[in-house]
Design a protein around this ligand. Structure first.
Ligand code: MN
Ligand code: MN
Length: 460
């Protein structure tokens, strides 16, 4: 008769399972992850940094008709905003591929296409927020501007300002509490409006008192001087305001990392690191770093795009395999963050089924809302397979659920992979303060997510 320990399911802290050597490895891994976060604050920068790292590990840009044999490492960029990496395995593609799919876009404040104006002796940028933000969190915060301006002749100007300690930063103003009588009566959702998230960018005039647009003039002069752009160039630009803060250790014990966009770069980096570390896998390994997840995965760089099929079709036709035969034998770990149980907001979660900080990679059988609506809901067979693989490879994992039943909900790219007839399940890093400008994760959970993905790539 099994004893109680065997009979009962219990979440365990990674600290109670890993030995000291492994904890040192986890810390070293997290130093690399923090460096990645600091050099990749947008989807474009994430792609560029991933390509830089992968190129150092022997990955070559994918070209149609290139030699594909066991051990070939290649990557395909979707316009510099999403990335697919592949390591060709020993087995034919009819045996299926092992996929880890993360996203590299994150909630932020985008500039509008005609952003620049002045008002009351100040210059501002108009914005349109991207993804699910709580607007009040983005005011009175130092912001950096990252992005690209594509000029009429097609040339690109990269912009990063606000990251170097000597750079200026930018801010959205908040109301002083002394005059907050009316504001305080409003709900969180009403007190800050999207249209009022205007970024303060200057307050020094050019020219003489009689001149018009003197504050705007100063800004355009500086931008023209520094980047060679004119106001019309904003129309074909993608400039994102992101928190001007680097990743830092959190807590006296340094057990956590605070940073912008752990969702979903904690999983994106875990997948990237894992595919860079495999030798020649049995089955072909695929790592996807998708864009547009935070707004529904539409568009050419989103996971609903045919770009993925196009790439996989190429790989399949090189081995005379039908794409549908490859997909039906494939497995996808949709690696995305989940909410970590927060005792300060205990009433939105059901404790038994919530992911806990420090208890390892979280598995989410389903996401969605209400009656599991909008969820692909992985099969029991898929979950059982993961239990087996993770047990073999010593991956510490836990079951997770996105809040109490009927409390809200959300989705990931899982359903878009599953709809392609690929067995898919969500797994990833539990996050505190998800979608806030500065989110929190546990270092051991980041490491375990990397180990979990590596276990999937190593699956026979
Ligand atoms: Mn996510
Ligand atoms: Mn998200």
């Amino acid at each position: 008769m099994p004893d109680k320990d065997e009979l009962f399911y219990k979440k365990k802290s990674v600290y109670d399972i890993l030995n000291e050597d492994e904890l040192v490895k986890a810390d070293a891994y997290c130093e690399e992850y923090k460096a990645f976060l600091n050099s990749a604050k947008t989807e474009r920068e994430s792609v560029a940094e991933a390509i830089r790292l992968a190129s150092g590990c022997g990955f070559l840009p994918y070209k149609r008709g290139m030699e594909l044999s066991a051990g070939t490492k290649t990557f395909l960029s979707a316009g510099g905003k999403a990335l697919i990496l592949a390591v060709i395995g020993k087995e034919p593609l009819s045996a299926g591929v092992n996929i880890a799919a993360a996203h590299i876009d994150a909630p932020r404040i985008d500039l509008k296409q005609v952003p620049l104006y002045e008002d009351s002796e100040m210059a501002f940028f108009k914005t349109h927020y991207y993804g699910g933000i709580k607007k009040y969190q983005w005011v009175a915060q130092p912001l950096a501007l990252h992005g690209v301006v594509i000029k009429k002749d097609g040339s690109a100007v990269n912009i990063v300002i606000g990251e170097d300690p000597t750079d200026p930063v930018f801010m959205i103003t908040d109301l002083l509490p002394h005059l907050g009588k009316d504001q305080e009566k409003k709900t969180l959702g009403e007190a800050f409006t999207g249209e009022n998230l205007n970024i303060l960018i200057g307050s020094r005039p050019t020219g003489e008192e009689k001149d018009e647009n003197r504050f705007k003039h100063t800004i355009m002069q500086i931008l023209n001087d520094k980047y060679g752009i004119i106001e019309e160039d904003f129309i074909s630009a993608e400039i994102e305001a992101v928190p001007a803060m680097n990743a830092r250790d959190i807590g006296f014990d340094r057990s956590m990392i605070g940073a912008y966009a752990h969702d979903d770069r904690s999983c994106a980096f875990a997948a990237l690191r894992a595919i860079m570390d495999i030798g020649v896998p049995a089955r072909t390994a695929i790592c996807i770093l998708a864009d547009k997840e935070e707004v529904g995965s539409d568009g050419v760089s989103g996971m609903q795009s045919a770009m993925f099929e196009g790439f996989m079709e190429d790989l399949c036709s090189a081995g005379s395999v039908k794409l549908r035969d490859c997909f039906s034998s494939s497995f996808c770990l949709s690696v995305d963050v989940c909410n970590a149980y927060d005792p300060n907001f205990a009433d939105v979660s059901e404790k038994l089924n919530s992911a806990k900080l420090g208890c390892g990679m979280s598995l989410c059988k389903f996401t969605g809302a209400r009656g599991k609506s909008g969820s692909s809901d992985a099969s029991a067979e898929v979950v059982a397979m993961l239990r087996q693989v993770f047990a073999e490879k010593g991956v510490v994992w836990q079951m997770a659920e996105l809040g109490k039943v009927d409390q809200g909900g959300g989705g990931t790219i899982a359903k878009f992979m599953a709809n392609r007839n690929i067995d898919t399940i969500d797994a990833g890093v539990p996050v505190l303060s998800m979608h806030a400008p500065y989110e929190i994760v546990a270092k051991v959970d980041c490491y375990m997510t990397n180990r979990g993905i590596a276990a999937i790539y190593g699956r026979e």
